[in-house]
Design a protein around this ligand. Structure first.
Ligand code: FES
Length: 173
């Protein structure tokens, strides 16, 4: 019996209290669906399936409607994301100026294998994105909303080191 409790997926143990709070803040109506999903994603860094179902019930809309909106907009993710998100521009200018070497350096540094986007410790997510609108600064990379231009493998590793150091300091506090 206790084994079943231990094995229960973490997802099932997630409290819906915060989600309920978000729904109350935004208003429990269908027209609030996008702001609700945005806030839930801010909270969890992605949209867990069981929370989408909870939102559908709370708003009294079919689950397919909520799922449809969540999958339609590129801003939403149904896959778990890491604490730190690195977006490497894969537009033409950045591609031509060697974004591949930057991607390789990031993967090696944080321990991502081919085809993986998020590290198993959930600390890092790597995404390739289309033109960031900073082509003059190619290759461009965004790390946790901060844009870096004329990126090099050395510079990206230094930026990751800095975040890792900050994280260690926060843990010690
Ligand atoms: S192609 Fe990378 S910023 Fe435009």
């Amino acid at each position: 019996m206790s084994q079943a409790i231990v094995d229960k997926p973490a997802v099932a143990e997630r409290s819906f209290q915060r989600v309920q709070q978000i729904i109350e803040e935004c208003g429990a109506t269908k027209s609030s669906l996008i702001p609700i999903l945005q806030k839930v994603q801010e909270e969890y860094r992605y949209l867990p399936q069981e929370i989408l179902a909870f939102i559908a019930t709370a708003l009294d809309v079919p689950p397919a409607t909520v799922f449809g909106v969540a999958t339609f907009y590129a801003q939403f993710s149904l896959d778990p994301k890491g604490k730190n998100i690195i977006k490497v521009c894969d537009g033409t200018a950045c591609h031509v100026r060697g974004n591949k070497t930057i991607i390789s350096a990031i993967c090696k540094k944080v321990g991502l294998k081919d085809g993986e986007h998020t590290t198993s410790d959930m600390r890092w997510t790597l995404e390739k994105v289309s033109c960031l609108g900073a082509c003059g600064l190619a290759p461009a990379v965004v790390i946790n909303e901060q844009i870096f231009g004329r990126m090099t493998p050395e510079k990206v590793i230094a930026a990751i080191n800095e975040i890792q150091e900050d994280d260690k300091l926060k843990v010690k506090k």
